[in-house]
Design a binder for this molecule. Structure first.
Ligand SMILES: C[S@@+](CC[C@H](N)C(=O)[O-])C[C@H]1O[C@@H](n2cnc3c(N)ncnc32)[C@H](O)[C@@H]1O
Length: 428
């Protein structure tokens, strides 16, 4: 493994040494020093975000607002959630709820839940609306930065948009986590506003604890793969539902000899991802507009086909199609992996209810159902053989809270303690 790849796989915790500078540090990215800041468990202020050519520029007031939101969420997780849990557990010992709805009724009796929920909902709305507003205000500058980043023929060739593409209905109609207009917002040629807003909101939602480039899931996935299957050397990787490419870039860096095909429905997201990757010096990714339910045949023969935090935003039917598509596009002996939050079945009622907040109040239409599913069963139905299916845990964010009181609480639904579900395709 190259030193650069090894650096990308270094564990990320508050006590770790600062991250080494990324491979592109010699490029004209004067602001990259932020990437070398140690990552702590306290919220990281906006100014520590990793810089690149198409990053949203926030005014000092906007930065202060985002930082205030992250501190509000930190306070809620630290001070309010533990008190709620204490009362819930006392009540549940008497009422003994039998399902999540009953547990939820119990939780709602605590007036703090309503206040917690209102504050959280407001923080989500403010974060999404203000970041998108800032991105739309800068639409022309961002478009120019995108053009510049993709000016060379080599960089331009990494982006493959399809003007005839029709997005799945569920993406058109449901705007996950209150992102106004959803993922498909597209102002036409060179517009990257939706991607710029997405990265800013991602940074704010786990306040910088996923790293300066908000790529904790990608780094965790790569680190887990190398640790678990040290001889696995994927040559063709499919990243399904790549979004703004935050985690894709971490995987691409970890496997510099692989060709990564990153697929998404959103043209604005893909333009942003391509320009951002070019600006960060990442050259082994093709950004492709297509439906992950039917990955085009030309991307067949893949060694690895994965999703990172995507399945909870797909309908159940779409999830089954995605798994089938992975099976079809993998080479014999190839691997499919899916990183998600842990399923509900083995979690206590309080945690289930807290996690389920997104399904109830954060416009995550498919959230609750997906965490009730057994993804191993779904992989089996998609054609993977039972003995080749596995589950594991990955930790991507140096959770969980305040270094002065480690383990005191966590911000449910934003934790980095994820589940990875995967399967090997049978060899030829
Ligand atoms: C939570 S976001 C992206 C997460 C991304 N993998 C990351 O790690 O940052 C989910 C993405 O899946 C994409 N998506 C969902 N269903 C899709 C489909 N059927 N075809 C293509 N993209 C899809 C959405 O457009 C969105 O960008």
């Amino acid at each position: 493994m190259s030193p650069a790849a090894a650096a990308q796989l270094a564990p990320v915790t508050s006590r770790d040494a600062p991250l080494p500078p990324p491979a592109h540090a010699a490029a004209p990215l004067a602001a990259v020093p932020s990437a070398q800041l140690p990552i702590g468990t306290l919220p990281q202020p906006w100014r520590t975000i990793g810089r690149h050519a198409v990053l949203l520029r926030l005014t000092p007031d906007e930065q202060a607002r985002l930082d205030a939101l992250t501190h509000l969420n930190h306070f809620l997780a630290q001070e309010v959630v533990p008190a709620m849990r204490g009362r819930f557990e006392r009540d549940a010992a008497v009422a003994t709820p039998e399902d999540r709805d009953q547990a939820f009724d119990l939780l709602e009796r605590d007036p703090r839940y309503g206040i917690w929920s209102e504050l959280r909902r407001n923080s989500m709305e403010v974060r999404q609306q203000r970041n998108l507003e800032a991105a739309l205000r800068q639409r022309d500058e961002l478009a120019a930065a995108c053009r510049d980043a993709l000016a060379s023929a080599e960089a331009a060739a990494t982006l493959e948009l399809d003007p005839t593409f029709t997005a799945p209905d569920y993406l058109v109609k449901t705007h996950a986590h209150l992102l106004p207009g959803g993922y498909l917002t597209d102002g036409g040629a060179d517009d990257v506003a939706v991607g710029a807003a997405y990265e800013a909101s991602s940074y704010a939602v786990v306040p910088g604890r996923s790293g300066p480039h908000s790529d904790g899931a990608g780094r965790a996935l790569a680190r887990w793969l190398v640790a678990r299957f040290p001889d696995f050397r994927p040559r063709r990787i499919l990243d399904l539902g790549c979004g703004a490419g935050l985690n894709t870039c971490a995987v691409a860096r970890a496997f510099p000899d692989a060709e990564v095909i990153a697929i998404d429905a959103g043209a604005g997201l893909l333009r942003y991802a391509a320009a951002r990757a070019a600006s960060l010096g990442i050259r082994n990714v093709r950004w492709v507009q297509a439906d992950i339910e039917q990955v085009p045949e030309r991307f067949g023969g893949a060694d690895l086909a994965y999703t990172a935090i995507v399945l909870h935003e797909t309908s159940h039917r779409a999830l089954r199609n995605v798994f089938r598509s992975c099976h079809e596009r993998l080479a014999p002996g190839g691997l499919t992996l899916h990183v998600e939050q842990p399923p509900y079945h083995d979690r206590p009622w309080f945690e289930q209810c807290m996690r389920d907040w997104d399904g109830r109040y954060n416009n995550e239409a498919f959230w609750s159902r997906i965490y009730e599913l057994d993804l191993g069963d779904e992989l089996a139905q998609a054609g993977f053989e039972r003995p080749r299916i596995f589950e594991d845990r990955v930790s991507a964010v140096p959770w969980n809270t305040d270094p002065r009181a480690p383990g005191k609480s966590e911000d449910y639904g934003r934790t980095g303690n994820w589940q990875v579900v995967g399967a090997w395709r049978a060899p030829a």
